[in-house]
Structures are given as C-alpha cells and as structure tokens.
Design a protein around this ligand. Sequence first.
Ligand code: G
Ligand code: G
Ligand code: MN
Ligand code: NA
Length: 254
Amino acid sequence: LLLLTDLRRALEENQFQLLYQPSIAFENNELLGAEALLRWHHPERGYIMPSEFVPMAETLGLIRHIDEWVLDRVCRQVSQWNSEGVKIPRVAVNISAGWFSHPDFVQQLTSTIERNGIEAHQIMLEITESTILQLGDATRQTMSSLHELGVAIAIDDFGTGYSSLAYLKLPAVAYLKVDRSFVDGLPESAEDASIVQAMVAMARSLGLAVIAEGVETEAQHEFLRGVGCEEGQGYLYSRPIEAKNLGELLRQEA
Ligand code: G
Ligand code: G
Ligand code: MN
Ligand code: NA
C-alpha cells in the first residue's frame, strides 16, 4: 500500500522523473514534439507507473502539486533547449481534472510559462474526455483563457470516454489523440479500422489534428497514414526517453 507520506516524500525528495516520448510526422518523420510522462522512482518499490499512483494522488488532493512540478520541470527544460538553439515545437503535458478545473490553474500556468521565458505554443495540455465531463461552467472560461494564452489542448484517450462531442468546437481544442486501444487492432480488426477512419475524418473536417498513440508496427503506421492521420507516437518510433536524449534528437534535426 502506498501511503500519503510516501507521495509527499516523493515530491520533497525528488523521486519523480520525467521521460519524453517523441511525436513524429508521418509524412517525413520530422519530430513535431514530445509528451512528458511521469515516473516515480520509489526507494523500496522501484519504478512505479502513473496508472498506479495518479489516481491515488487525485484522491489525496496531491495531484495539483505533482502536475505543477511537471509543468515547471517541462517549462525549464524547454527554456534550456531554447537557449541552446534547439527549439522544440511543443511538449504535451498531462493534466488531471482536479487541477485543470481549479480556479488558479490558468494563472499558475501563465506565470510558469512567463517565468521561464518560453513561448506559450511550446506547451500543449492533454486532458481526457472524463475531465471535460467533470467540469462545469468553469470549463468554457478556462478553455477560452488558454486559447488567448496560446496553449493548445489535446483530447487524450479519445473515444474511450462518455462525453458528448460538443467540446470539439471549442477553439482551444486543436488535437485529438486516438487511444492506443484502437490502434492495437490495426489493420486487421475491421471494427478498429472503421472507428479510427471515422475519428480521423471527423477531426479533419473540424480542423483538428490527429495524433495516434501506441503505434508499434509498420502496418499500423501505413494504415494510419492512409486514412489521413498526420502524426503519431509509439514504440515503432521511440519509447519514452530522457531529456538529454531528446535534446540530442533535436540537435540532429536542427
Ligand atoms: O507513461 P504511462 O503509460 O504509464 O502513462 C499513463 C498515463 O498516466 C498517461 O496517459 C497519463 O494519463 C498519466 N500521466 C502520465 N504522466 C502524467 C503527469 O505528469 N500528470 C498526470 N496528471 N498524469 C500523467
Ligand atoms: O497519456 P497516455 O495515457 O496516453 O500515456 C501513454 C502511455 O503509453 C505511456 O505510459 C507510454 O509509456 C505508453 N506507450 C507509449 N507508446 C507505446 C506503445 O507503442 N505501445 C505501448 N504498449 N505503450 C506505449
Ligand atoms: Mn497522454
Ligand atoms: Na492516452
């Protein structure tokens, strides 16, 4: 059992680590950005994945502090790359519902971006459909403030939630991330193929970009590209890697 004190200590004692998974353009394999993914290096239990501790951190009210740590860390890293002349187009950061819907969220994000002197469009936020479902009227305000700030939103795990599609019209929502569970069955599963094709067609007609997650095979890559998906992440291109390795990739591209 992971205790509250363990999570608190994790923040105090710097037991968290960020990895970055590159996201690439299907057209020319260009690096379009990366997703920041959190790892907890527990002193006794070793590496713990976010699926194990993020829900608990949410329940314990600690997720805000974790997500703030992640955002600060990412903005500092982006700032460092900028100053080294390797400008990353964007880094995607996963934000939990509790912090995204908090009245202080946009102000905190704005000051973290300004303090680090980076461009707002270099940060993208990933939220899930269930986050949108949990939000009330505050959503619209948060969304429009983010749009004014220039921070784009991606809908993570798209197609796995139960929300309506109305939020896709909000101007800040610029990306859909097709959940790995749909990509897994490609190209053999006729159902997954139809679902993915329909998602991409809808996104494109709404002017949204589509990022496929969990691309592991050449056949999946070819299928996705064939239906008009422009971008993807997955073990086929790269596992999540450390910042210094992503920096090297950026330098190679520059
Ligand atoms: O890296 P992994 O496959 O274990 O990530 C699984 C999920 O954990 C991600 O899809 C995301 O929803 C969540 N996650 C990863 N990093 C973060 C983070 O920094 N903050 C929050 N709130 N969730 C994260
Ligand atoms: O934010 P989200 O829940 O989508 O997090 C993505 C998770 O998926 C990360 O934890 C990452 O480690 C994992 N992942 C990334 N690429 C692949 C892949 O190609 N295959 C599988 N099985 N997992 C992946
Ligand atoms: Mn994500
Ligand atoms: Na996802």
